[in-house]
Design a protein around this ligand. Structure first.
Ligand code: G6P
Length: 362
């Protein structure tokens, strides 16, 4: 039947809240009593034979793909590249000998992806669709399908599908790496990590009111904003900025923290909001100094830091998790910041102007 938003003012807030449940549901759906990840045998074979993965997606799902590629590389030992579907369809790069295509798509209906599917099918390649909608076009037409089990996502701005996509990528990468006997995969306890994600997400959801205050402080009247980070924190920054743009119409950019100084820092003025995402131990200190640089030029800076990297004065602390999965938690405050900014400006959070939930034109 119809999905109801219950007591929530908007579906987006409900869907943000559902993310810990979805993490736990995915562990249930994808693992057995022996704590092994279970994916169909024929898909497992195809993945083990692949010499390169081409992850193709659009919008938020593209950002989930960016997080997935290093998971596949580091856990499963398969080189992976991520492409925007509308670009790939007409400007196909030189492919490896045994490519496998992964289509990440909440709706399973995105026309730009379908165009890629049609093309690579013609070329005889195997395809995997990871989607929230089992009856969708891309689910039906791909060689293999895996489900996100997120339950219907109604708000146009995607939240739980993004975190579900990352979780499924982690589960699949773990399964393949373990089957190949790779040490990194054996050491990566995906069930434990997704449990950490669920509790970490919940801890942030429980701080909604405080995050609301920070949203007011940072974004109440601004016309522009930046998110910065490195590695996984950069990928999370791209998604964080997209959330803010989509529903609050703030011109927001996600930026590789180290690249900011090569041009874009020119845009920093007094009180320009800059959110620094600091979770990756390899680069935490560097991102922090990039944040200090913009602060010295007048920016209003907010730190979202992982507990083990946190310092006094950081405004939002997120629980520790494997750095490969950090976006599962660091994105939660960003989703909430976008949500409250939009709601406070009086916008229809679930139905932002000019946007559609699924885009069936190229
Ligand atoms: C539309 C939506 C976005 C979504 C993108 C890809 O533009 O507004 O929220 O990320 O399509 O959708 P998909 O269903 O393929 O994940």
């Amino acid at each position: 039947g119809e999905v109801s938003k219950g007591t929530y003012p908007f579906f987006m807030l409900k869907e943000i809240d559902e993310q810990p449940i979805v993490m736990r549901r995915l562990v249930e759906k994808y693992t057995d009593d022996q704590h092994h990840v279970v994916i169909p045998e024929d898909l497992m074979e195809a993945l083990q034979q692949a010499d390169r993965l081409y992850i193709v997606a659009a919008g938020t799902s593209y950002h989930a793909g960016l997080v997935g590629a290093p998971l596949f590389e580091q856990l499963a030992g398969i080189p992976a590249e991520v492409h925007v579907a509308s670009e790939f369809a007409y400007h196909q790069p030189l492919l490896s000998k045994h490519p496998l295509f992964i289509f990440l798509t909440q709706s399973g209906e995105t026309a730009d992806i379908r165009q890629v599917l049609v093309e690579v099918k013609k070329q005889g390649y195997q395809t995997l669709t990871i989607t929230n909608v089992g009856s969708s076009t891309l689910a039906r037409e791909a060689t293999f399908t895996l489900l996100l089990h997120g339950g219907p996502e109604i708000a146009v701005a995607s939240t739980k599908a993004y975190t579900a996509q990352i979780a499924v990528e982690a589960l699949v990468a773990k399964a393949v790496g373990e089957a190949k006997g790779l040490q990194a995969a054996k050491e990566f306890d995906v069930i434990h990590q997704l449990g950490l994600a669920a509790t970490g997400q919940q801890a942030l959801i429980d701080q909604k009111d405080r995050i609301h205050e920070l949203a007011t402080d940072m974004f109440k009247t601004t016309r522009n904003a930046f998110y910065i980070g490195r590695g996984g924190d950069y990928y999370a920054s791209l998604e964080a900025a997209l959330k803010l743009k989509e529903i609050s119409y703030v011109q927001a950019e996600g930026f590789a923290a180290g690249e900011l100084k090569h041009g874009t820092i020119a845009l920093i003025e007094k009180d320009t909001p800059v959110v620094a995402i600091i979770s990756d131990p390899l680069t935490a200190a560097r991102t922090r100094s990039n944040a200090d640089e913009v602060q010295a030029r007048g920016a209003k800076v907010l730190h979202i830091a992982m507990a083990s990297q946190a310092q006094k004065g950081d405004q939002i602390i997120v629980d520790d998790i494997d750095p490969l999965l950090a976006p599962l938690v660091t994105i939660i405050p960003a989703q909430l910041l976008a949500y409250f900014t939009s709601a406070d400006r009086g916008y229809d959070v679930d139905r932002p102007r000019n946007l559609a939930k699924s885009v069936t034109v190229e």
